[in-house]
Ligand binder design. Structure first.
Ligand code: BTX
Length: 334
């Protein structure tokens, strides 16, 4: 009973602090929660231990600092409760990879849509077995489990749906003018702030499940040397701490809308124009690393199926289905 009381008090105090940007006196909190000063002080201490930055000033009271960015079950649950699209979510303070966890969830029979979020990944993955650097406390590492009734060849378009949702979610919350580097990077100022990894499992009936993994550098201040030149974060771009739960909420709201449209239409066609608005490749010189050899051309947008259209010097238009495309002026390719 005592533990539950503390928990409720913590939640109540948090609610009060969140509803007000300024200082609230201890006395005020006491009378609103019907508890003693000591109880309030203890609950605040607990909240601080959980990462909430609460300023306590004598004669003024308590204030939740705007730099607070806590990722936990309660915060994520609160932000997702308004998104009926998601049927389930899991949060892990640390995990090997949220894509892997989402796949396990699918294997256990989850019908999705489900979301797995972690504060840290110890074995975050990029494409082709590459590593995705996922330190604790700063990033959004999450995976969406889906079971769309679609032919397997449409699965790669889920990456485009995710990219659209991430771009708009980030823009809405932070104002960062990010764009999409086809097919699976979100960039700001020519640097990667997000990577997307979509994986699929099929059975005799087609798609069994799809997991689309999204890694966003939110409050990263410094990157390891191997990616320092190519990576950026929302904090680096805005100079401010972002609240990761807000981004998660905004991205998931957008995702629900675009995914449902995509599945209803059975095609990416209806999202193509919007996608192209954010496409940083558009009209720029690109280098395509084709298995048959590298070639260069100008990106002209995407096809109805989400392939990149590249016009080469001889005037012919190539469709690039997947793979490595670098854009002149955006990392690697100069
Ligand atoms: P990718 O193969 O396109 O990019 C991987 C490359 O990006 C790496 O080789 C490295 O150069 C660079 N890189 C690694 N970490 C970062 C980082 N934090 N920020 C910027 N650049 C980086 C992109 O693959 C797909 C990444 C998906 C990550 C999500 S996180 C949640 C989910 N779980 C999981 O294991 N993967 C996905």
């Amino acid at each position: 009973v005592f533990g539950k009381k503390v928990l409720m008090l913590k939640e109540d105090i948090l609610k009060i602090l969140k509803s007000d940007g300024g200082y609230i006196s201890g006395e005020d909190i006491c009378s609103r929660c019907h508890v003693s000063r000591t109880a309030v002080w203890k609950a605040v201490k607990r909240l601080k231990e959980e990462g909430y930055q609460i300023d306590a000033v004598r004669n003024r009271g308590y204030r939740l600092l705007p730099g607070t960015d806590v990722l936990n079950n309660a915060e994520i649950g609160a932000v997702l409760s308004g998104i009926p699209f998601l049927k389930e979510f899991r949060f892990f303070p640390t995990i090997d990879s949220t894509n892997k966890a989402a796949k396990l969830l699918a294997e256990e029979g989850s019908s999705g849509p489900a979301l797995v979020v972690a504060d840290e990944q110890t074995a975050g993955r990029g494409r082709r077995g590459r590593t995705w650097i996922s330190p604790p406390g700063t990033g959004i590492w999450m995976s969406i489990l889906l079971r769309p009734d679609l032919p397997a060849e449409k699965s790669s378009m889920i990456t485009l749906v995710s990219a659209l949702a991430v771009t708009e979610g980030i823009r809405e919350v932070t104002g960062v003018a990010c764009g999409i580097k086809w097919p699976n990077d979100i960039v700001a100022d020519g640097r990667k702030i997000c990577g997307i990894l979509t994986e699929m499992s099929t059975d005799m009936d087609g798609i069994s499940y799809i997991v689309t993994g999204i890694g966003i550098n939110a409050n990263t201040e410094e990157f390891p040397p191997e990616i320092a030149a190519v990576a950026s974060s929302l904090k680096i771009e805005t100079g401010k701490t972002v609240q990761r739960v807000k981004i998660i909420g905004a991205v998931m709201r957008k995702f629900a809308v675009y995914y449902e449209k995509f599945v209803r239409d059975g095609s990416f066609q209806g999202l193509k124009d919007l996608y192209e608005e954010y496409l940083v490749n558009q009209g720029r010189e690109v280098a395509v690393l084709d298995p048959k050899g590298e070639y260069r051309g100008v990106a002209e947008g995407i096809s109805d199926d989400g392939e990149l259209l590249v016009r080469t010097e001889d005037g012919s238009v190539h469709t690039v289905l997947s793979g490595e495309v670098s854009v002149r002026g955006i990392y690697s390719y100069t």
